[in-house]
Design a protein around this ligand. Structure first.
Ligand SMILES: Nc1ncnc2c1ncn2[C@@H]1O[C@H](COP(=O)(O)OP(=O)(O)OP(=O)(O)O)[C@@H](O)[C@H]1O
Ligand SMILES: [Mg+2]
Length: 372
């Protein structure tokens, strides 16, 4: 084991670390609130991600948890205690900001040990803890270097070490990987996840990169315009988006116009408006839409199957295919001009598909229904 802490795998993620309740925040002079009624619980030992487009309020919420901002309304509880105006240094929370701002005149070891020095911990204890951090973050042999003598990824790891050394209960990370190139970024994603599992510390991670969020998180809060659109595990968010915003923001999706023609328990039958003849799809969850209501059916490209053209199925021409190594994305033009995308995996002969007309099958369980 790389650390003296409990392994997160041994700790059930059921206890609440943070309870954010009805938080509103409007910056002075701003016309729109940065946070417009945010409520969510972050559990102990979980890797929790705030995900959303630029300006949606992620940093504001993170800074509020850290104590650098305060809600206009609502509250933030840590371990059942309302934080109110408790200053950042009195919260058991450490933050890694996007610009990690290491102390340039200090060595790697001094940077990592800084908070421990401030706390007045004994020299031996500091030395041992710094050595543990250096091992955990794979910075062996670099302890005496200055930040300017390190690569970007190494500096990033020193910033993490500095934040982790005083054993915070919670680590807040604001886009900590955004400055790294793709390869380093992927390495650090694995590293961060390993670190979180090894230490059992609660991570609150901010990113606008949905792939990064899906890959790393136990749970994700998808935010838009100061509001939380959905909180769930990666697979829930991807497979069962709560609304059209989440469906569009996370992964690729087809949005097909349809009419509800029949309800049947919680399910229903929908006629696709983008097909020349009657194409019907039966779903188990009609999302409460009444017969006659206009709907948007959301289908992931990998759930669209290529079949021989037949009456009752979607049909389209294939003007374009995009090869990406592991799969082939096929762009099809349906009869009414709607674009349908299908992701085909394995060896597919793209040239045989191009220019031709083909049929597409979509299973009811692959479809999510939303009001249009
Ligand atoms: N100090 C400030 N004063 C006024 N408005 C601010 C301030 N900080 C942020 N805002 C505004 O509040 C909103 C939310 O900003 P925030 O920084 O929380 O977004 P974000 O989701 O972190 O975005 P990004 O992905 O670009 O970092 C934005 O509209 C932003 O312009
Ligand atoms: Mg931000």
């Amino acid at each position: 084991m790389v650390s003296g802490h409990d392994c997160a795998a041994d700790v059930p993620m059921t206890e609440t670390a943070f309870a954010v309740a009805g938080v509103y925040k409007t910056y002075p002079g701003a016309s729109h609130p940065a946070l417009a009624g945010v409520s969510l619980d972050i559990l102990k030992n979980e890797f929790f991600t705030l995900l959303g487009p630029s300006g949606c309020g992620k940093t504001t919420l993170l800074r509020m948890i850290a104590g650098f901002e305060h809600p206009d309304q609502g509250s933030i509880e840590l371990d059942g205690v309302v934080m109110g105006h408790t200053p950042p240094n009195h919260r058991p929370v450490n933050t890694v900001f996007q610009s990690y701002a290491l102390f340039p005149h200090m060595s790697v070891a001094q940077n990592i040990g800084f908070a421990l020095e401030m706390q007045g911990r004994p020299r031996d204890a500091i030395r041992a803890r710094v050595a543990e951090m250096i091992r955990l973050l794979r910075l062996e042999g670099l302890g005496d270097r200055r930040p300017t003598q390190l690569s970007g990824g190494q500096q990033q790891r020193v910033a993490l070490g500095r934040a982790l050394a005083p054993e915070p209960k919670v680590l807040l990370l604001d886009e900590p990987l955004s400055a790294l190139d793709l390869k380093l970024r992927k390495e650090m994603q694995v590293e961060l996840k390993r670190l979180q599992l090894a230490t059992g510390i609660t991570f609150v991670f901010v990113t606008h990169d949905q792939e990064e969020a899906l890959r790393m998180s136990d749970r994700i809060a998808v935010m838009s315009n100061g509001k939380v659109m959905q909180v769930g595990r990666s697979a829930d968010i991807y497979e069962r988006p709560a609304n059209l915003f989440v469906a569009e923001f996370i992964g690729d999706a087809n949005f097909l116009p349809a009419i509800c023609v029949e309800r049947n328990g919680a399910g229903g039958r929908f006629r696709l408006s983008c097909a020349a003849d009657d194409v019907h799809i039966a779903v188990n969850d009609a999302n409460g839409l009444a017969a006659g209501a206009k709907a948007t059916l959301v289908v992931r490209p990998e759930r669209v199957k290529l079949v021989p053209p037949e009456p009752g199925l979607l049909r389209g021409e294939v003007p374009e295919t995009i090869y990406s190594g592991s799969d082939l994305m096929l762009h099809a033009r349906l009869t009414d001009g709607t674009l349908l995308r299908a992701r085909l995996s394995g060896a597919v002969d793209a040239t045989a598909l191009l220019g031709g007309s083909t049929g597409f099958a979509i299973a009811g369980e692959a479809v999510r229904v939303f009001a249009a």
